[in-house]
Ligand binder design. Structure first.
Ligand code: AP5
Length: 319
């Protein structure tokens, strides 16, 4: 979608264990068309394959500690150089220490890139034990289920067990992670608050908060709103149709319901934070109830435009 953009979209999904990074990541992938890179998944894969990295990481992970910065950075450095990251990537669970953030920023600076967007999923610690201890995952895809909040179809009111917990798409048996225990969670949360949270200060200019202590559907809507803003900004930049860009000052009065302040904020702020060249973006709001439809229509129009441009890439040079 964004291959003609002059830099990659580098986004970070941020939040404590159980915040919903793994739950919402795949939806962000669908929206942005860029891969989700979960260092947790990569490390679990290395453990399963019993590689040198896996051997070094296994015990630390099971106890809820953090794997060394150098190991994790090595994994990420190789991964973001792969072709599917050409349009950008979504970091999930990385960076997790200030040192990792420094290493990441230095690596990106080599190609004149930086992190564009950080979405922080906010959840109080007190609700995370239930989420973590009730989680089951599909190992191959990383799909995340919950015995209460997001049960697989196979459970059908029965007692959770290997034979009743199966992946909705493949029918394969789900598993529980060895670090998804109340004991390991204490350590994981300590690591999050002490080592990971301080990273946010570094990215505050491009960071947005989402209340993740609400239903998954509501979290999705809020995330969606931010991503719409981002998508529109990126597409505007691609289209370079700057003459038609303007901002409606009475915006907030036109907005109701799920088109929340997050969306409004991101339309205004992402434009200025993310796209240096764009001061303002077109607003599409005529009647409050038709906002969403109008945004969808606009988005589809812009996507068509981008697709057409991509079909004739030679015309884009110097566009
Ligand atoms: P990692 O795999 O990254 O785990 P994590 O950060 O602890 O995150 P989780 O996967 O536990 O949480 P999530 O936010 O994805 O939650 P989910 O969406 O599944 O890391 C594991 C380990 O690897 C680390 O402890 C460390 O040892 C090592 N590691 C990884 N990266 C590293 C790094 N960079 N440096 C050093 N070490 C590293 O949701 C959880 C549950 O809640 C699910 O069951 C879901 O269905 C449910 N749920 C989600 N949202 C809602 C909602 N809104 N309402 C109700 N239920 C919900």
């Amino acid at each position: 979608m964004y291959t003609i953009h002059d830099h990659r979209i580098i986004m970070m999904l941020f939040g404590p264990p159980g915040a919903g990074k793994g739950t919402h990541g795949p939806k962000v992938v669908d929206k942005l068309g860029t891969p989700q890179l979960s260092t947790g998944d990569m490390l679990r894969d290395a453990v399963a394959k019993d590689t040198e990295v896996g051997k070094a990481a296994k015990k630390i992970m099971n106890e809820g500690g953090l794997v060394s910065d150098d190991i994790v950075m090595g994994i990420i450095k190789d991964r973001i150089a792969e072709p599917d990251c050409n349009k950008g990537f979504i970091l999930d669970g990385f960076p997790r220490t200030v040192k990792q953030a420094e290493m990441l920023d230095a690596l990106l600076a080599e190609t004149d890139e930086k992190v564009n967007l950080v979405i922080e999923l906010q959840v109080p610690d007190s609700i995370l034990e239930e989420r973590i201890c009730g989680r089951w995952i599909h190992k191959a895809s990383g799909r995340s289920y919950h015995v209460k909040f997001n049960p697989p179809k196979s459970l059908a009111g029965r007692t959770p067990a290997a034979k009743t917990m199966k992946d909705d798409e493949t029918g394969e048996i789900l598993m529980q992670r060895p670090d998804d225990t109340a004991e390991a969670l204490v350590k994981r949360l300590q690591a999050y608050h002490n080592e990971t949270e301080p990273i946010l200060a570094r990215y505050k200019k491009c960071a947005y908060k989402v209340n993740a202590n609400q239903s998954m559907d509501k979290v999705s809507v809020d995330l969606d709103n931010i991503l719409y803003g981002l998508t529109i900004c990126v597409m505007e930049k691609v289209s370079l149709d700057l003459d038609n860009i303007f901002v409606r000052k009475d915006l907030n009065q036109n907005v109701q319901g799920p088109l929340s302040s997050a969306f409004m904020e991101c339309l205004g702020d992402v434009a200025s934070k993310f796209c240096k060249g764009i001061q303002a973006i077109p607003m599409l709001f005529q009647k409050p109830k038709s906002n969403r439809q109008k945004i969808d229509e606009y988005r589809n129009t812009m996507l068509d435009k981008v697709r057409k441009q991509e079909e004739q890439p030679e015309k884009l040079v110097g566009a």
